[in-house]
Design a protein around this ligand. Structure first.
Ligand code: BGC
Length: 728
């Protein structure tokens, strides 16, 4: 619909709306299962009164239609509801978690995944997703690292753009698509100590150069909405933060959409010691620029009084309502408020969605080790295979967190995937090995109807380890599936350790001691300090939480039907004590390599276990012929092995001197290419002002410093092919 018509429709509605109806549009109800304590019930009459503009967490198409009928037919002005949900990595078809999608180093894969998610969600009537989550995170203790693209702003910005495009389509309101809400603005990933919701203290230099770029990219890509964050940023709660929500978002970046708070974050302004009471919280969030209150009902309860008392003008309310109504108009909700439930079922069952999910899982996996070319597995060689580990046959853990509307029966565990791959002629047996459980239960256990059984005792785990070792000893090959259960990462899932939880390390060492060939598959949502495995287990595949088709994709990769080509979007430390450790650090007094190198720990190497950008393949690539000139950078990549495979060619730069000291390396270009044996390709990168400028804390603005720059191209952040260039 042309923008002038959108405006006309919004103007005409605003003219007819009462103050209460306007406030209703700013109010989003969190529809949680009745079992959750303290949740307000949903009353149909309230919908008819126009009390809500939006609902979150309704996923059933029939229920969505029912509620929409009330809003559209019974409310005075027939304004449709906007249904929102955390469609994070799939709706009915579960894709790899966002960190895994980032590991594909292929924005097109992320875009396609989110386009499928959008197609399914919108078919169900969910037209708004609380995604993409673009928080840069450099502390793997933080559980929500799984929801973002990792440590790097350049990769993060590329993934942000791709996801907005995939979800929203070519324009806001395109049918079969959903609106995005880029989140959590801003700095949530820098939580103190990696503790979820804890305060972030981010200096200006890091804020502009590291944490904000993916948000800016998402806004430039047209994200219709944005979500504020829970924590304080430099002492000011993000949900009451005018600097973020006005100065940066609206004034500098020209954002015209609407801001939704994170769930209950408006009310939380009191907890922060920022607002005196709920009325004050309402005032502060509203004045800072939060259009819609997610769940906490403060706007609903207090805005009218604030208008009556003259603290907020009704015209200000109008301005906050406008972008919400405009979004509903653009989505076509006024003309087509309902969904076709039968059509939705057909869309959920689309076979191409499963194929897309399998392909995304294949492309997300990262091969960390492959000594003696154990992988790919030789099909004819093994007549018995043991698949061992606490998550080896789990349909829950293969999917990862944030699966709210899928069908768990569709999920293919690693064991199931291996069975399907090898067929009846090969004996595949599974063993738990040991159980892994959080010491403190997950907040999501509250929402689940299924209650977890009591954990295994230590003796029971000892028995499980024995059984598993015996199975490995009698099998020709063992596939170990270790890592974390899905509830060990995600929201409210911070850890103090990055080691394999529970007795998995012991299990692994005992299985290795059988002397049989072992392949380790990791299912996890954060870097793990698998230092022992990295030295002793010949083959390690990082599969993350690969989604419902994960088991099939892992089997495809292990048996060489496809070749791993993903790369780490985040540094893997040797131990939690190295955290934060990221490749784009600055150099100071006595850095590594200098004669008196003391800027280090005395008990551990200072290098990471695996660097950012790292990942192997079943074939080999040569990268050569680096040319750097004023037009940019070009390089040749050739497959010099015997299998078709993918390489991610990565460009890093370093500014030698300028108005600020700059990181030793910064990723400024990457391209994933597929090459047949012997095939060559020239990859070109441009280095424009966008790549060369940075926020100078000294000048308090974006600058581009003239002078000498180093350029490296290679296949991880230790790339050695080098040249220099001069920036005028
Ligand atoms: C999370 C958000 C999410 C919201 C709604 C909050 O707890 O921080 O990321 O979108 O809940 O589910």
């Amino acid at each position: 619909m042309p923008e002038n018509q959108v405006k006309q429709k919004v103007d005409s509605l605003i003219k007819q709306m009462t103050l209460a109806e306007k406030i209703g549009q700013l109010n989003q109800l969190f529809v949680l299962p009745a079992a959750v304590p303290g949740m307000p019930g949903l009353k149909d009459e309230d919908i008819a009164q126009g009390e809500y503009g939006s609902f979150l967490f309704v996923t059933d198409p029939a229920q969505i239609n029912r509620l929409q009928h009330i809003a559209v037919e019974k409310s005075r002005l027939h304004i449709p509801l906007l249904f929102g949900l955390d469609v994070i990595h799939g709706f009915r078809t579960v894709f790899p978690v966002p960190l895994a999608l980032a590991a594909s180093f292929d924005p097109a894969t992320a875009e396609r995944a989110q386009a499928v998610a959008a197609r399914e969600a919108s078919a169900a009537g969910v037209r708004w997703t609380f995604a993409p989550m673009v928080d840069i995170a450099r502390d793997p203790r933080w559980g929500r690292i799984v929801e973002g693209a990792g440590e790097d702003p350049f990769l993060g910005a590329a993934m942000a753009r791709a996801q907005v495009k995939g979800f929203q389509g070519a324009f806001e309101g395109e049918s079969g698509h959903v609106l995005t809400s880029v989140k959590h603005f801003a700095g949530y990933g820098a939580a103190d100590g990696g503790r979820d919701y804890d305060s972030s203290y981010i200096p200006e230099e890091q804020l502009w150069n590291v944490y904000l770029p993916p948000f800016h990219a998402a806004i430039e890509a047209g994200s219709a909405t944005l979500m504020s964050a829970y924590m304080d940023l430099n002492g000011v709660p993000a949900t009451g933060n005018r600097f973020l929500l006005q100065d940066v978002l609206r004034e500098k970046w020209g954002f015209k959409g609407f801001v939704v708070s994170d769930a209950f974050a408006v009310r939380d302004l009191i907890t922060h010691g920022f607002a005196k009471d709920p009325e004050d919280a309402t005032y502060l969030a509203f004045e800072a620029g939060v259009n819609m209150d997610m769940g906490s009902r403060t706007y609903d309860d207090h805005l009218a009084k604030l208008v009556k008392d003259g603290r907020i003008k009704e015209s200000q309310i109008d301005e906050m309502v406008r972008p919400i109504l405009a979004a509903k108009v653009r989505l076509g909700l006024f003309e087509n408020p309902y969904i076709d439930e039968a059509a939705a079922k057909a869309i959920f069952a689309a076979p191409e969605h499963k194929q897309e999910a399998r392909r995304a899982a294949q492309r997300s996996a990262v091969l960390l080790r492959n000594e003696g070319a154990l992988l790919p597995l030789d099909r004819g060689k093994y007549s018995s295979i043991a698949v061992i580990g606490p998550t080896a046959d789990s349909a829950e853990d293969i999917r990862g967190s944030w699966t709210v509307a899928d069908d768990p029966a569709q999920a293919v565990s690693v064991a199931r995937g291996i069975r399907q791959k090898v067929g009846a002629g090969v004996q595949v047996e599974t063993a738990l090995g040991c159980e892994i459980r959080r010491k403190v239960p997950s907040m999501f256990d509250m929402l689940s109807a299924v209650k977890k059984p009591a954990p295994l005792t230590d003796e029971q785990n000892t028995m499980e380890i024995k059984k598993a070792v015996a199975l490995a000893a009698k099998s020709d090959l063992t596939i170990m599936v270790l890592g974390e259960t899905q509830d060990m990462s995600g929201e409210g899932a911070s850890r103090t350790s990055l080691d394999l939880p529970g007795r998995q390390e012991e299990l692994l060492e005992k299985v290795m001691a059988t002397g049989k060939p072992v392949v380790l598959v990791l299912l996890n949502g954060r870097p793990l300090s698998i230092t022992w495995a990295a030295e002793h287990v010949p083959a390690i595949l990082e599969a993350w939480y690969p989604g419902a088709q994960g088991g099939n994709a892992i089997a495809d990769l292990l048996f060489g039907d496809t070749n791993p080509g993903g790369k780490l979007p985040i540094t893997f430390p040797r131990s939690v004590g190295q955290v934060p450790i990221y490749y784009a650090h600055n150099l100071t007094h006595q850095p590594e390599g200098s004669p008196g190198f003391f800027s280090r720990y005395w008990d551990e190497p200072s290098t990471p276990l695996y660097p950012f950008g790292y990942g192997l393949s079943y074939t080999k690539f040569a990268i050569s012929h680096l040319k750097v000139n004023h037009e940019g950078v070009s390089v040749e990549v050739q497959n010099i092995g015997r299998r078709t495979g993918d390489e991610v060619v990565q460009l890093y730069i370093h500014q030698r001197a300028g108005k600020a000291s700059r990181p030793v390396r910064l990723l400024k270009g990457f391209e994933r290419v597929t090459l047949a044996p012997g095939q060559k390709k020239t990859v070109r990168f441009t280095l424009s002002d966008d790549e060369l400028s940075y926020w100078s804390a000294a000048e308090r603005k974006w600058v581009k410093d003239p002078g000498a720059y180093d350029v490296w191209v290679g296949n991880d952040s230790n790339a050695s092919l080098h040249d220099t260039m001069n920036v005028e």
